[in-house]
Write a protein that binds this ligand. Sequence first.
Ligand code: TYM
Length: 331
Amino acid sequence: MSKEIVVSGIRSTGHLHLGNYFGAIQNYVKMQDGYNCYFFVADYHSLTTHPDPKDLRENVFRVLAENIASGLDPEKVALYAQSDVPEIPELYLMLNMLAYKGELEKVPTFKDKVRQQPDNVNAGLLTYPVLMASDILIHKAVKVPVGKDQEQHLEMARNFAQRFNMRYGDYFPEPQVFRFNHDAVKIMALDGSGKMSKSENVNATIFLSDDDDTIKKKIMKAKTDAGPTEPNAAMPDYIQNLFLLMHLSSRPEVVDIYRSQYNNCNIRYGDMKKQLAEDMAAFVRPIRERAVELQKDEAALRKILKEGAEKARASASQTISGARKLIGINY
Ligand code: TYM
């Protein structure tokens, strides 16, 4: 039986953080043996915020290196840069004709961007979900491992696939969000201000490139409070987040100790954070060290990109020629 097709991407807008790792990359690594995987650096997507060309280049190599350092094997998956696959912007153009201004303006991530960068509300921002749908549909993917923040975009990808199929005949499968444990992992910023993100509040974000000391300092400053006053109280979301991070990086017995202290109202957050800081630093260390090594050999990374693009284009060119035929662009 042929393996199911999987696609996912990460924007090259900054350093990767624990949200990217636990929300996405960890799932990629688990999927690489059982599925036919296409994972890419979404460099075109990052142009919406007009990055400095030097930064963009550096970010692409770092994202690539950090994915490999996290356990992705370029021999097993197609690992490529979005901009190396020209069939993606071609499909984007086709799907743009099926996407409506009204629906795009309603997308929450678009509204957020309008608020964050009112002087740069460009057409690329508006049509971001169309490019994302093209990334996925270009390989006819059925499963897309992403964090919770991308669910709405996936729904739009399904809408565009359906619309294409209605107009031109059944062609694209409807891609679904995929996760191993069913629950969406959402890592919050350590100051409790919202989701951990590449561009906001670097002091409340743990990057895969942070050294041990930086990780420890950031965790020791994480938001806490005076602690629960009644047994088995509900946890505020910033405390829940610390427990989630501990669950992801510490041994289960350790998490149990602090959970039972919380439930008995005798938890000392300072101790908990110290333990978490140790365990998280130990967790990130091998990834950081390997990524640094990989980034020293740009030629090797470039070779990986080239081979990844070849695999991706083999699949993308088939999809695009089928789409062209259905649309009637085959003279
Ligand atoms: P991006 O680059 O913002 O994030 C990459 C992946 O990391 C997940 N993620 C998180 N998960 C949990 N907690 C967090 N705090 C957190 N922050 C980020 C994201 O859900 C994502 O899976 N639009 C996408 C990139 C993209 C894409 C695609 C993804 C472009 N085309 C096609 C899948 C398929 C984005 O901006 O992700």
